[in-house]
Write a protein that binds this ligand. Structure first.
Ligand code: KG4
Ligand code: ZN
Length: 341
């Protein structure tokens, strides 16, 4: 039987909906919110309002691209957290109403788990799926986690950031250089023209598998401040080298903990997920590690790196098969540790 799932993602500043048939994505539509650009970061209240404006047009569009009617849907899956409360509430309320009106099950999805389970979207017949157990470095604007994935629903957090997330480190470094938000993709772009060993920045000394990025941000800030005193055009003249050097440092911090996790667990199937997994430096570092250490690496397609509803839909499908449905009483949560969704 063909199972159709509608996935809805609204945890931050992207309103996204996807329709999935088994593990194949029929349509995936995202409305990005441009309004935050002027503020140098996501403004929660504006994000929530924009989700309200976007959600119905996005759902209409995804149904029309997938060429199915809402009455053919078997379930509606939505991001229940972590994320911004006002943003999550829009997706959650819509999903609840839709499931009630259509008389179909409601499925709550943990956004961070969905980033990982995006690896189980079937997009071409050649594709290999990770086998359990595998490791996943999940790196986004709000999180930096190493997870040990035991099965679709059992994931152990074995490494976490104690302060900023890797995406935040990219965005803050970009902001310090005067680049617009979100700066991560721009740092990546300018890096391609730069020398990654032009400038050296310190690596944090954090025990175990945890990360820290706030010291790096501060040393980058002081380094630029000192150099701007000598040459006011320092950033403009060295933009590509600065981007390449900071990117190289962030990627090395991530990779050194991922290597340690692989050594400690003896697991050499290693995936990356989340917005920062779109970064070319990180993707190349993973491919190099596959050559050097014999890892089997899993790197998501670009469209499934940053926030999207396809990952919510595939997680919804896996939970549907597991009869894991939510009640109308579930309410969104903002922090990863606040639920087991
Ligand atoms: O997963 P995501 O879309 O949203 C969250 O759940 O946070 O991740 C967004 C983050 C932002 O910090 C953005 O700058 C970063 O991912 N990002 C990148 C790249 N593309 C997105 N960082 C570095 N290089 C990229 N190519
Ligand atoms: Zn995300």
């Amino acid at each position: 039987m063909s199972i159709y799932i509608l996935g809805i993602e609204s945890s931050c500043d992207d309103t996204s909906a996807a329709i999935l048939n088994k593990r194949k994505i029929l349509a995936n539509v995202t409305a990005n919110q441009q309004i935050h650009k002027d503020f140098g970061g996501v403004v929660p209240e504006l994000a929530s309002r924009a989700h309200q404006q976007n959600i119905i047009p996005v759902i209409d569009k995804v149904l029309s691209i997938a060429n199915i009617s809402k009455n053919q849907l078997h379930a509606v899956a939505f991001t229940n957290g972590p994320g911004l409360l006002g943003s999550l509430l829009v997706g959650a309320s819509f999903a609840k109403s839709f499931s009630l009106a259509l008389g179909i099950p409601l499925i709550e999805v943990n956004h961070m788990h969905a980033h990982i389970l995006a690896h189980f979207i079937e997009d071409d017949s050649e594709k290999d799926f990770p086998e359990f157990p595998f490791l996943c470095l999940t790196v986004s604007g709000g999180h930096t986690q190493i997870m040990l994935i035991k099965n679709y629903f059992e994931m152990e957090l074995i490494g976490n950031t104690i302060d900023d997330a890797a995406g935040e480190a990219f965005d803050k470094a970009a902001k310090i250089m005067g680049l617009p938000y979100p700066g991560g993709p721009l740092v990546d772009k300018y890096s391609k023209e730069g020398n990654s060993s032009a400038f050296k920045f310190p690596h944090p000394n954090i025990s175990g598998l945890d990360f820290s990025f706030s010291g790096l941000k501060t040393s980058f800030l002081y380094f630029l401040r000192d150099n701007l005193k000598i040459d006011p055009d320092f950033i403009e003249k060295n933009k590509a080298d600065l981007c390449a050097s900071i990117q190289h440092t962030i990627v090395e911090i991530l990779m050194s903990k991922l290597r340690k996790a692989s050594l400690e667990t003896g697991i050499n199937q290693v995936a990356i997920a989340g917005g920062v997994s779109a970064n070319s430096g990180l993707r190349n570092a993973m491919l190099r590690e596959a050559d050097v250490s014999g890892w089997k690496v899993f790197i998501p397609k670009f469209e499934y790196c940053t926030d999207n509803a396809a990952m919510i839909a595939v997680t919804g499908y896996l939970k549907y098969l597991d009869n894991n449905f939510a009640s109308q009483n579930v309410s969104p949560f903002t922090r990863y540790n606040d639920t087991k969704a």
